[in-house]
Design a protein around this ligand. Structure first.
Ligand code: ZN
Length: 73
């Protein structure tokens, strides 16, 4: 019985490790010199190449939220 409990604990820990790694690899709203919406190169510290991209991105985020975190292209 304790074997089962141990493997369940290990499984949960693996899931958490995986989620943490994913979060570190793709930090949200972190400037990476590319427009968050169209992936165009932008200046350092900027999230968007122009105001239209920022507006469209915010619309997209709102749509994703309305969809419960899921979006299909
Ligand atoms: Zn853009």
């Amino acid at each position: 019985m304790s074997d089962l409990a141990d493997s369940a604990d290990a499984r949960i820990k693996l899931d958490i490790d995986y989620a943490l790694k994913n979060m570190q690899r793709a930090p949200e709203h972190e400037p990476d010199m590319h427009c968050l919406f169209c992936d165009e190169a932008v200046g350092h510290g900027k999230l968007f190449c122009n105001i239209e991209c920022r507006n469209d991105y915010q619309k997209l985020q709102a749509a994703i939220k309305r969809n419960g975190g899921n979006i299909s292209y």
